[in-house]
Structure formats: C-alpha cells, structure tokens
Ligand binder design. Structure first.
Ligand code: NAD
Ligand code: GLY
Length: 363
C-alpha cells in the first residue's frame, strides 16, 4: 500500500492507495471516532462497492443515503435531502460521513459534512480516476448553482482518503479518459518527469494496468498534496491546478453541462493553453505538440466543439470565476513542461488566434 501525507497542520491526513484496499483489513473502521457512520453514494457505485464498505465498517452503525447520479444533481436540493436524512435518522456531531463515489458524490457529501451541525468528520472513498487523482484530495467541497458551477461550497478537509484502484475495473472507458486529463495536467503544471512517465505508460493506463495506475495515482496525489500544503485556500500556487480550466469552463458553459465530461473539456483546454503558451514564446512548439499528442493518446478531444464560436468562448471566459478585477488570467507554461505560472496580461489578439486554431481543429 502507498501512503501520502497531506501536510496541513492540525488538518493533516493520509491518502492510502492500493489494489484491493476495500477487501482487506479494516482501515476505514480505524478512522471512525464515534459509533455511527453515514455513507453517501449513488445506486451505480453502491451496487458495485457498498457491500465492501459495509464489511470494512463492521462494529459501527451504518446508514446509507443514495443520491441521484449525475452532475445535474450536485445541487442545494440534493444537499437538503442529505441533511434531512441525517436529521431524520438522529445523527449528531460525532457521526462520520463517508463519500463513496466519484467527484459528484465527494463534492456534495463533503459540503454536507462541512455544514451539518457546523461540521462533522468526513472520509473520502473515491471510485473514479478523476476523483482519485484530484477531487478527493485538497478539501474543496461544493454544489452548483444554476448560474455557476461549484458556486456554493467550503474548504473542508477529510480525515482520510482511501483509494482502492480495483474500483476502476468497472469504470467506463470515457470516464477513465476524463481522469487521465487531470493526471496529464499535474505533469504539465509541476513535474516533467511525471509527464514523461505518463507519456510512457499511457497505453497501459488505458488498459487499466494495476502497476501503471498505482504509479500514476500516487504521482498525481503527491503533486496535488504538495501544492495544497503550500496554499490550502488558493491564494496563490493552488491556482496552478487550473491549467487548461479557463478554456474548459468556457467549453462546458458553451455546450451546457453534461454534454462534455469535465475531463474532456480539460483535455481540449490544456491543448489550447499549451498553444497559447507557445504563441507567447513561453514554451517551444515541440512542448505544445507533445501535450497535444498525449491528450489525444489518452482518448480525449484535442479541440473545442464546433458549436461554440471564438467570440462565444471569449464571452464565457470573461465571466469565468477565475477572472479577476484586472482581467482574464491564465495558467500558462513557464519555459517548458513541468513549470507554470499565472499570466494576467494576455493580448486578446493572440488569444483569438489560439481559439480560432483550437476550434478549427475540431475532429
Ligand atoms: P462523477 O462523480 O459524475 O462520476 C462519473 C460516473 O461514473 C457517474 O455516473 C458515477 O456514478 C460513475 N462511477 C463512479 N465510480 C464508478 C465505478 N467505480 N465504476 C463504474 N461507474 C462509476 O464524475 P467525476 O469525474 O468523478 O467527478 C466530476 C466532479 O468532480 C465534478 O462535479 C467536478 O466539479 C468535481 N471536481 C472537484 C474537484 C475538487 O477539488 N473538489 C476537482 C475536480 C473535479
Ligand atoms: N482541482 C483544483 C483544486 O483542487 O484546486
């Protein structure tokens, strides 16, 4: 088993990664302080993995709340249903909430944990690749508002993250690729050796090879843990984790949520961010081509959707929550793969060239 510490003083915790983690031992139980647990999941994930989690929790009382499946249910209404169920079943502040599922379950259950009776202990058991390498680590919890994604939320760290890579065996191929986008992102933004490793292993990763998956998940969690340890509340360095995301959010908004998976939009968004970096002389053409090739090998789109025009993309980007008073800001490559920084003063004429080229590439 691999263990990674997220170093946040009193809020520090471990990420445990291994194949078959949920089938062996009672690691989850060891983290429960009170006598009661409230598992939040959905029907799809529960059908596969709830029994294993129940086995892990023998010795405490377990209640289960199944929320509907899908990004469109990451809402205040779902949160209210979870809180209502917690109250109806008489849970108090010593109950631990366990999120069993992908990022939608994790973000929603995490926000329920942050707010129920002003905060109860929380454990993440992520079951998608995206949630294992990104959303379960770092304590961002949120639900969506109809006017914006993740607009209602809190920074609230879990007590532990338990990643059983066996859960990926049932994950659809498209969802696996979406997770690979965030893995590639971590390499580009912080670690060229990790990028090389993913480039080498991309075929095995798509075949769900156990060793390749564990190395990739471990590397991503290390990168994310170190960024979060430096800047938990995104006042600086954590914003680098948004490489490709300004473009991705514009694609998601333009298409309507649910058409493209978030990871797919991040794939195309990273290609655009790399293209913009090359046009501004911040990386070589070779680097931007390598990123595009890896995104493609991961089974992700390398261009935005034809349905969203350059002008529409520009308008959506201007509204993105990452826009600041000074104007649009982008995470761009700073010299080569593995180094990024935040750039405020991108000329709109160059941005237009990237968007036009990116959208024209459509495949
Ligand atoms: P998801 O939670 O919707 O899961 C994708 C699909 O896979 C769902 O239908 C789910 O039921 C199914 N599924 C989950 N595990 C499975 C398994 N093991 N086998 C078969 N099917 C399985 O999507 P996601 O990509 O995990 O998460 C996306 C969400 O994560 C978005 O809401 C995004 O905003 C959020 N996110 C949050 C952060 C953060 O830091 N908190 C970071 C990145 C993304
Ligand atoms: N996924 C971006 C972050 O956690 O900050």
């Amino acid at each position: 088993m691999e263990n990674i510490r997220v170093d946040l003083g009193a809020n520090s915790y471990d990420i445990c990664i291994g194949s078959g983690l949920l089938r062996t031992g009672n690691m989850l139980l060891e983290k429960i302080q009170g006598r009661r647990v409230f598992v939040v999941s959905n029907q799809v994930v529960a059908d596969h993995y709830l029994d294993r989690v129940r086995q892990q929790l023998k010795g405490v009382d377990v209640d289960v709340h199944l929320m509907p499946d899908g990004e469109q249910f990451k809402t205040l209404q779902t949160l209210e249903a979870i809180i209502g169920d917690l109250l109806a079943k008489g849970h108090n502040r010593s109950t631990t909430i366990v999120a069993l599922g992908g990022g939608v379950v994790g973000d929603t259950a995490g926000y329920a944990a942050a707010t129920y009776q002003r905060g109860v202990p929380f454990i993440q058991v992520p079951t998608t690749l995206l949630s294992q390498v990104d959303s379960s680590v770092g304590g961002k919890t949120a639900v969506n508002h109809e006017l914006g994604k993740n607009m209602i939320g809190a920074f609230y760290q879990p007590k532990g993250v338990y990643i059983d890579t066996d859960t990926l065996l049932t994950l659809p191929e498209r969802e696996l690729s979406a997770g690979l986008a965030e893995i590639i992102k971590h390499g580009v933004l912080a670690d060229s050796e990790y990028f090389d490793l993913i480039e080498k292993d991309i075929g095995q990763l798509r075949q769900k090879d156990e060793g390749a998956l564990i190395s990739a998940i471990k590397g991503s969690c290390q990168i994310k843990a170190s960024v979060v340890a430096e800047d938990e509340r995104e006042s600086g360095k954590r914003a680098l984790l948004n490489f490709g995301h300004t473009f991705a959010h514009a694609i998601e908004t333009g298409m309507g949520y649910g058409q493209w998976l978030h990871g797919e939009a991040v794939g195309a968004g990273m290609v655009m961010a790399a293209d913009l970096s090359a046009r501004l002389g911040r990386c070589s053409l070779d680097d931007s081509q390598r990123i595009k090739a890896l995104v493609k090998s991961a089974g992700l789109p390398i261009a935005g959707p034809a349905e969203v025009s350059t002008e529409a993309m520009l308008a959506f980007m201007a509204k993105d929550k990452k826009a600041t008073d000074e104007g649009l800001r982008f995470v761009l490559i700073a010299g080569g793969i593995g180094k990024t920084d935040i750039v405020q003063d991108v000329p709109v004429s160059v941005l237009r060239q990237t968007l036009t080229a990116g959208l024209r590439l459509c495949e």
